[in-house]
Structure formats: C-alpha cells, structure tokens
Design a protein around this ligand. Structure first.
Ligand SMILES: [Fe+2]
Length: 283
C-alpha cells in the first residue's frame, strides 16, 4: 500500500474524478481550476463536493486579471465567492499577470512591467479582492516569454513587496521560475534565494516543452509532461532555502494515469523529507 503523502497534492482534473471517488489516492490535498466550477455542468460540482469530503481543496484561478487596467470583474468575483462558500477551500490563488483589455479576455496570462506604478495598482486591487472575499489570496509568478524594458524591480523583489503591502501570500511556481529564467536570462537560484520564505504558502511543479523560434530555444509552460530533472533540482534547492511547503503537481495536457501523477507527487514529498533531514543534520 502506498504511504499517504503529508504535504503534496495534485491538480484535480475530470479524468480522475472516478479515481478520487473510488480508489482515493493517498495525496495530501487537491487543487482545482476555479473557473471550471463557476458555471459547471452539475455533475462536475457534485463530484467536487463529494471529493471535498475526503481531501482539502485549493481553488486556483486565472480570471482575476489583477494587473489589468480594466475594472475588477465583480460578476466573476461574486461567483467566486459563492464557490468559496460552497467548497470552503484551504487556499485561494490567482496570478501576477493581466489577461483582459476593454472587457475582452485573452487566453494567456500576460506579464507586467515591474514598476512602482504597477505595484500601486496591483496592491490596491489585491486589497479590494481580499476585502470582498474575506479571504487571503495567494499570488503566483507566471512563466514569461518577454519582459518590459520599463521594469525597474526584479520580479522576485516585486512579488515580495506585493505580499508585504497586501498581506497576500505567494504561490511559488518553481517550474515557472525555471522557464522564465531560461527564456529571459536570469539566475533561477538567485531568484529563489531572494523570495520571502514566510510569504510562500504553496509551491507548484509542472512540465514544460521546448520550441525553437528563429533558431532560439523557447521554453513553453505546457503542463503536458513530467517535471524535468533540472526543475526537480531547483525544487530541492527551493525546499532547502524556504523550508517544506505544501506542493501541487500540475498536469493539464496529455494527462496521465492517476498512478503516474501520484508518483510525481511522491517524488516531491521525498525531496521535502530528504531536504528537511539534510537541513537537520547540517543546521
Ligand atoms: Fe502554476
């Protein structure tokens, strides 16, 4: 029998509803995409409510468009709050990004210029959202393919400061740090070492693919394959630096069997245990 994981969970996708309802894999928690349950087929919400009886559920969204110059979408927030009341999630998160303009939503999470002006805008909006939901929000660093020449603050410092000024938490996606670091040319270990450990309440892991554009390799955050060895190493370093953190393995395309997904989660749990033991021996 598989020993139960204590801190590591997986993204819950419809392909695995039956596994979670019947075999009950021994993961510590699950995370859902909030948008899939705001106007869901009744079946989806019923399944989630049943699974919720056996697992803590985190609600991870892409719809807040926190960095946009558009008004906050109060209709969306109202539905999100209803879902929060119904599911009572352990964590609620969205992204350090924007994805709407003049009310039109794009399919991507787009990067922001990291300036004092953007900071003030984000801080005000995150406070509004937290006040309305009466819950703390976690903000996730995205995978970036371009950056703004106007940026004056490194992303790691920017996200720390947003958390300090709003009381929001950080959802540190280690794969996104790796993808952005290689695409934009920053030092990923340096980034992780500067993140405020106390603000990090969750970590994400996922797999990426590599596309060649104009002769240059571009890492694409596809969530379509297993976590790559270099990201496992960065995760190990992250745990050493930040301590053990609740972790979710995300997998959204070419979704594998629940057993494969469980093995990925188990690997993260093992790294957490080993890193903790090492820290105890050397600390
Ligand atoms: Fe993520």
């Amino acid at each position: 029998m598989k020993s139960p994981l204590r801190l590591t969970g997986v993204g819950l996708r419809p392909q695995h509803y039956a596994d979670f309802l019947e075999a009950k894999p021994a993961v510590a928690w699950v995370e859902v995409h909030s948008e899939n349950y705001l106007q869901p087929p009744v079946n989806a919400l019923n399944n989630l409510e049943k699974i919720r009886k056996n697992y803590p559920v985190s609600m991870h969204g892409v719809g807040l468009s926190l960095g946009s110059a558009d008004e906050l979408n109060w209709q969306y927030l109202h539905k999100l709050k209803e879902l929060i009341t119904r599911i009572d999630p352990c964590l609620i998160s969205d992204h350090l990004s924007w994805s709407s303009i003049n009310g039109q939503y794009l399919h991507d999470l787009l990067p922001l210029p990291y300036t004092e002006e953007t900071m003030a805008h984000l801080v005000a909006r995150i406070k509004q959202v937290q006040d309305y939901l009466q819950r703390q929000l976690l903000i996730e660093n995205i995978s970036s393919y371009v950056s703004f020449s106007q940026s004056t603050i490194p992303e790691c410092e920017f996200i720390n400061e947003v958390a300090a000024q709003t009381g929001c938490g950080i959802l540190l996606d280690v794969n996104n740090v790796y993808v952005s670091g290689l695409n934009l040319g920053f030092d990923t270990n340096d980034y992780i070492s500067k993140i405020n450990a106390n603000a990090v309440q969750e970590i994400h892991l996922a797999g990426f693919i590599v596309n060649t554009v104009d002769g240059k390799d571009v890492l694409i955050d596809s969530h379509s394959r297993a976590v790559v060895p270099a990201v496992w190493e960065l995760y190990r370093e992250t745990i050493k630096l930040l301590g053990r953190k609740p972790t979710i393995v995300e997998w959204d395309d070419n979704i594998p069997s629940i057993d494969t997904l469980f093995l990925e989660a188990q690997r993260a749990e093992t790294i957490m245990r080993e890193s903790y033991d090492t820290a105890k021996l050397t600390g």
